[in-house]
Structure formats: C-alpha cells, structure tokens
Design a binder for this molecule. Structure first.
Ligand SMILES: Cc1cc2nc3c(=O)[nH]c(=O)nc-3n(C[C@H](O)[C@H](O)[C@H](O)COP(=O)(O)OP(=O)(O)OC[C@H]3O[C@@H](n4cnc5c(N)ncnc54)[C@H](O)[C@@H]3O)c2cc1C
Length: 453
C-alpha cells in the first residue's frame, strides 16, 4: 500500500510504493540488492527538511532514522563518527557533554548527518573558514546501488570524497560519516544597522575584514549585518532562548496568522507593516544592548516540535560577494514591483549568508569565490501558497538572469538550465560520474533525472 509523506513545510509530497526503515547496514544492503521487493527509484530520506523533491520517490523510500548510533568520538584526531540517520542536534548534545562541538553549528538541528555529508548546506555564522558542512566530513561510507559497501576519505581518496560530498544519494545510501570537531566555544553576535541607500560594497568588505564572519537580515529597507566573533564570556545569553523561539515558532506564526485571519487587504498590509516595524525595533534593540553571546551549539535550532501553524519556507541563491549590494538593491526593487503588481510579498526577514571560497565539493556554490546569498523567507498557508509558489518562480528567473547559483535541496523549482549555467563543467562531470556509479538508474528519481545531463 502506498504511503504519503510530506516534507517539513508541506510544499513537497511524495507517495512511495515502499517505505523501509533499516536498523543495520546489512538490512540496507539487502534493500538495495532486492530490485523486485524494493522498486526504484530508491531514495534515502533524513528528516525531509529539504524544500525540493530531492528525496522523493514513487518506488522505495529508505528512512534513515533506524541508523543513528554514535560510533566514536576521537579526542586525539578531533573527529566524530556516527551513523547517517543521527540528527545534527542529537550529535551536538552528546559532543557538548564532552566540551566539544561541530565546526559548523548550522541553524537546522534536524538535518541528518548523512544528508549533511552529501548535500549542499550553508552556515554563515561559523563560516570562519568554510560555511558548508560537508567540507568538514573526512570519511563517508555508503552502500552502492547494487548493495556493495564503499568508502571515501580525505586521507585515502580525496578526489572521490570531492564527488561524494555532492552526491545527494545518487551513488548509493550513506550509512556512516566522520566529521571534524573542535573544543566548545563561546561566540558573540553584534548587530550593525544600515539603510540600504547608504550601504556600499566597500562598507560590507570592511565589516567582513574586521570580523570572523557575518550574516545579513533585510527588513523593508533596513539591512542588519550580524557579526560573529569568538569570545570568552557569556553576555545577555538569555537572548539565545528568545532567538530559538523566534525562529522555531514566533516569527512564522505571527506572519502566517496576519495573512490568515486579517479580513481585508488594507488591514492585512497595515498589520504586516506594523509587524515589520516591530522586527526592525528588535534588531535596533539588539544593536543597542551590544548584542549577545552564547555557547556556539546553542545556535542550533530544533524544529521538531514546531506545529504547521509556525513553519516557514525559503529559497537560497548564491551571488558573487562583490556584487551583493547591487544585487540586494535590485532584489528590493524586484520584490517591491512584484508586490505592487501581484499583491504578494514575503512576511519574514530576507536572509543573506556570507560563505567563503571553498572547493571541497563539486557542487560547492562558492567553488570560484566568496559569495553572499539572497534568501527570501516566507511563512505561507493555504491562503497564499499559490502566491509564494509564483513568487519563487519569478525570483528564480530574476536570480538566474543575474548569474545566481541555486541549491538542489534549498531552491524550490530549480531547473536544468539553472544548474547547467551555475555549475558549468562541474555539472557535466557530476552527471558523467553518476552514470558510471549507477548505470541502471536505481537511485535516480525524476527530480535528478530531469536536472542531470
Ligand atoms: C526550517 C528550515 C531551516 C533550515 N535551515 C537550514 C540552514 O540553516 N542551513 C542549511 O544548510 N539548510 C537549512 N535547511 C535545509 C536543510 O538543511 C536541507 O534541506 C537538508 O538537506 C535537510 O536534511 P534532511 O536530513 O532532512 O534530508 P532530506 O531532506 O530528507 O534529504 C535531502 C537529500 O539527501 C538525501 N539523503 C538523505 N540522507 C541520505 C543518506 N543517508 N545517504 C544518501 N543520501 C541521503 C536525500 O535522498 C535527499 O536527496 C533548512 C530547512 C528548513 C525546513
């Protein structure tokens, strides 16, 4: 009997014939070997927090939640080895007991380590060196499409690791990963407020040079540059809980409720403008109190208990760092025009992640240089789902025309021409490699089949 599985935000629904939850590597091998009982495409599924159908399958879905043991925490080599179904937040909690942490403590705590190892991710605030989680995976073990065991490691097969880090389960299912870790740190966030009209690329460069890393939030025409630096003392650390509550509940819940329950468009816009003003006030307040500091893993957010009424969705396109201010200005013009013409605008702050140049994986979106992204974020409900979907497609066209780079798991409605242009020769190389490792297309779902060359 077919089962319906829906992703976190409700935007992707998949109906596989078979859903399996192996609890051992042998079971996983047996699933991949048995082509009759477990029809293709066979797709691994972590927490299904992706915003595209990358994990979808009409054949077999392999739920990874039965494989979540920590195998080893090596304090000499500073590495954690765990099974692929373990969530980042679960692993971080164990590391914390040993005064250790991941190199990147990305916001999405529910990402599974398997997905983090072989998909695209982003984290600005810990991206002092690299901002993509798979750049810190040093060994990946997987079961091939025909059920054999394989591994790639930084020490013995860096070229293979470079490909597997971007494999999205197309070379098989990852069952064990080793990530670099480090001693627990305290980090400080400060908030620099700008008006978009006064912001220059030079100012952004100076801020980047003076801090370990940055992430930016734009509300209306106010641009907030959140800086990150290591520190030794906790300050206003109570803010960590408020921040978590804001992202995992309040921000999306209020935005969604205004859209859902305000009776007229005039009132809706009025309340929404008021809500944006409150958000700007919150950032000004954070700036005025000198920001706050927290234990770095407290940055990770658990979305497990977030009800559908408080969930948000987003998209992510990367742009060269030195064109960001121009792109941001152009985006604001694009989105304001879109609102005038179609009556739709996003109800959460626009995110912009600064990620340093990183050629650790074939689909690294900062392979050729530093990037700053443009990420519209929106909490939609039935009343504006169509408006959000249309906006996303218009935004894709806009971002594509400006040379943006999308992600396969975080840019809804991504198309072949987007990835062909964005990744160039690397897209061809990845497509060729997938053909050699899975000639019978056991892992290939329509989403990837359509995108690959
Ligand atoms: C509210 C929210 C906040 C988010 N915040 C961030 C953020 O801050 N930073 C960020 O980078 N991303 C963020 N994301 C996106 C999310 O991290 C990615 O989409 C991630 O890939 C989801 O991980 P998952 O474990 O749920 O994988 P899934 O969505 O289940 O799968 C993703 C892909 O990985 C494949 N896969 C999964 N497990 C395996 C395995 N063991 N072996 C081989 N292939 C596998 C799947 O087949 C699929 O192609 C956020 C998403 C949401 C909904």
């Amino acid at each position: 009997m077919s089962t319906k599985i829906t992703n976190y935000d409700g935007g992707v629904i998949t109906v596989p014939q078979k859903v399996v939850r192996p609890e051992s590597v042998e079971e996983l091998q047996a699933i991949l070997k048995d082509t009759e009982l477990f029809p293709k495409p066979v797709r691994a599924m972590g927490s299904f927090h992706s915003l595209t159908p990358c994990a979808s399958s009409s054949g077999t879905i392999v739920l990874m939640s039965g494989l979540k043991k920590i195998q080893n925490i090596d304090t000499q080599k500073m590495a954690l080895t765990a099974q692929a179904g373990l969530q980042l937040i679960e692993a971080a909690e164990v590391l914390r007991r040993h005064n250790l942490q991941f190199m990147l403590n990305i916001e999405i705590g529910n990402i599974t380590l398997g997905s983090a190892a072989c998909c695209q991710t982003k984290d600005s605030l810990d991206g002092v060196e690299f901002g993509q989680v798979n750049s810190y995976v040093t060994k990946i073990k997987w079961v091939t499409p025909t059920g054999e065991l394989r591994e790639a490691s930084l020490e013995e097969s860096p070229e293979l690791l470079y490909l597997v880090r971007s494999s999205y389960g197309m070379c098989g299912i990852v069952y064990e990963v080793t990530f670099k870790i480090k001693p627990l740190e305290i980090v400080r966030f400060n908030y620099l407020i700008h008006n978009i009209n006064d912001l220059t690329q030079e100012r952004v460069s100076n801020i980047i040079a003076a801090n370990e890393s940055i992430v930016c939030w734009t509300v209306g025409r106010m641009v907030v540059i959140q800086t990150r630096n290591r520190t030794t003392k906790l300050k206003n650390s109570w803010m960590a809980d408020i921040r978590r509550q804001g992202w995992s509940y309040t921000g999306a819940f209020v935005g969604k409720s205004i859209r859902l329950y305000t009776p007229t468009t005039t009132l809706k816009n009025l309340f929404e403008n008021l809500w944006f003003s409150m958000q700007r006030f919150a950032y000004r307040f954070l700036s005025a109190i000198g920001g706050f500091s927290l234990y770095d893993p407290d940055k990770i957010i658990n979305y497990e208990r977030t009800p559908p009424s408080a969930r948000y969705a987003f998209t992510f396109w990367a742009f060269p760092r030195d064109q960001w201010v121009n792109n941001l200005k152009a985006y604001l013009e694009f989105s304001e025009n879109h609102f005038k013409k179609h009556g739709f605008r996003c109800n959460m702050p626009l995110g912009s992640y600064f990620i340093r140049r990183d050629a650790s994986s074939i689909l690294s979106y900062s392979h050729d240089g530093d990037i700053i992204s443009i990420d519209p974020i929106h909490a939609y409900s039935d009343v504006d789902k169509a408006g959000w979907d249309f906006f996303l497609q218009e935004f894709n066209a806009w971002a594509y025309s400006r040379g943006g780079i999308p992600l396969l798991n975080q840019s809804p409605f991504v198309q072949k021409r987007h990835v062909v242009d964005a990744f160039g020769e690397r897209w061809q190389k990845l497509s060729d490699w997938v053909k050699t490792v899975d000639p019978k297309e056991r892992m290939l779902n329509p989403f990837f089949k359509e995108l690959l060359l």
